[in-house]
Design a protein around this ligand. Structure first.
Ligand SMILES: [Zn+2]
Length: 136
C-alpha cells in the first residue's frame, strides 16, 4: 500500500486517493480540425511506461484536489508530488533496474507499442508471439 503525500493534507493512505491516468496530456488546440484517428489517439492512447511515470491523482476522500505525481511503476517509489499545471520536475532518476533492452526513444507519446524482446524467453509458447495474421 502506498503512503501518498497530498500537497494539501500531508501523508495519507492510498485508499483515500483515486488514480487519474497519465499526466500532461494536453487538450488539442483545435479539436474540430482533428481526424477521427487523431481524436481517438488523444482520448484513448496513453503511454504504458515501465519505470518513472507522471500521473494524476485526486485526494477523493480528503481535500478533493487533483495533483500530479511522478511514480516508479516497477518499484512504486514516489519521486515527486506537484500541483496541476506545473511542469514535470526534472528528476535525476536512474532508469529502471530491470530494463534489459535499452530504449533509445525517450518517452514518446506517438509510439504506443514496442515489440517485446523474446530472444531470451523460452517459457511462453511460440504461438502467443506470432504476428497477427500469421499462419501456423
Ligand atoms: Zn488532500
Amino acid at each position: 500500500m502506498l503512503l501518498i503525500s497530498c500537497p494539501n493534507c500531508g501523508p495519507r493512505d492510498e485508499t483515500e486517493f483515486h488514480y487519474g491516468g497519465q499526466a500532461h496530456v494536453a487538450y488539442p488546440e483545435n479539436p474540430n480540425e482533428l481526424s477521427d484517428t487523431e481524436w481517438s489517439r488523444y482520448l484513448f492512447y496513453r503511454a504504458n511506461t515501465k519505470g518513472t511515470f507522471a500521473e494524476r491523482w485526486v485526494h477523493s476522500t480528503g481535500c478533493r484536489q487533483w495533483f500530479n505525481m511522478v511514480r516508479d511503476t516497477v518499484s512504486y517509489d514516489i519521486h515527486a508530488v506537484y500541483p496541476m499545471g506545473a511542469p514535470r520536475p526534472d528528476l535525476a532518476i536512474p532508469p529502471a533496474a530491470e530494463s534489459g533492452t535499452a530504449s533509445t526513444a525517450p518517452d514518446s507519446t506517438t509510439t504506443g507499442t514496442a515489440a517485446p524482446d523474446i530472444s531470451g524467453t523460452s517459457t511462453t509458447p511460440a504461438s502467443t508471439t506470432a504476428p497477427e495474421g500469421a499462419t501456423k
